[in-house]
Ligand binder design. Structure first.
Ligand SMILES: [Zn+2]
Length: 257
């Protein structure tokens, strides 16, 4: 089974780890059938709203992984939309022209429904990038969680920007109502990361979104790749659907061969 993991955070360069540990991670991934990992960076190291120098540092770490294993890691450009249009466009351009990154990663600097997202959409359109948005169902949120985009927020962003391909992260976090929020939007995809696998959720996503709109993602290292792969291999869906989720969809979306 060929696999691409669309949601990983290989974190190596902050705590004195060595490049040999990168080799070990690649070997571990390959043993599971993962032939490529999308590297989203150490996104919360400097808090939820990193400044421009911190973003450059984190993105350069993803680029370093890519340089070590150009056939394995694919970088996404981590951005803080609150820094404004100039900063967003400059860092996206740097990541594309210098590092060849394929997408944009957004965490919890702001909510996906905030006006500052228009700069990110401009960057995505200008440089042809896919946008992976942290998303989680706000049903059980207390106060102070407004920057965690609810699936309704991410779906609205996709609806308002039909020319930008958006990945709503965390199938387990968005849950059944998140799947329904994402339904019927051709430019919106859901990745399988977030939490332990939950009975019936992959089947529900395939039923409502189609197998071509679900992407395997683990959220390594806070989640274990094999558990997420198992949740797809063990789902009551067709073999063709499993192949699409584990490999084909992400390969096509990012133009990987
Ligand atoms: Zn993540």
């Amino acid at each position: 089974m060929r696999i691409i993991d669309v949601h990983t955070h290989p974190i190596f360069f902050n705590d004195g780890r060595r490049e040999t540990e990168v080799e070990a991670l690649v070997a571990h991934g390959r043993a599971l059938g993962i032939e490529r990992m999308i590297s989203l960076g150490d996104v919360l190291r400097y808090g939820p709203r990193p400044d421009a120098p911190h973003l450059r540092k984190l993105n350069d770490e993803s680029a370093r992984l890519q340089r070590l294993h150009p056939d394995y890691f694919v970088g996404f450009c981590y951005l803080n939309p609150r820094l404004g249009e100039r900063a967003v466009m400059a860092e996206a351009e740097r990541c594309v022209t210098k590092h060849g990154f394929k997408g944009i990663k957004l965490e919890i600097a702001n909510n996906a429904s905030d006006p500052c997202m228009k700069h990110v959409m401009k960057a995505a359109r200008t440089f042809g990038l896919v946008v992976l948005q942290h998303s989680w169902s706000s049903t059980n949120f207390g106060p102070g969680m407004q920057d965690h985009s609810d699936p309704d927020d991410t779906a609205r962003l996709a609806r308002q920007n039909p020319e930008v391909n958006i990945i709503m992260a965390h199938l387990v976090g968005i849950g059944f109502r998140g799947v329904l929020a994402a339904k019927g939007l051709p430019n919106l995809y859901v990745d399988t990361s977030g939490g332990f696998p939950e009975e019936g959720l992959v089947e529900y996503a395939v039923e409502h979104l189609g197998a071509d709109h679900v992407l395997y993602g683990s959220d390594l290292p806070i989640r274990e790749c094999s558990a997420k792969i198992g949740s797809i291999l063990g789902a009551r869906i067709s073999e063709a659907a499993k192949t699409r989720i584990l490999h084909t969809n992400t390969a096509q979306l990012l133009g990987l061969n």
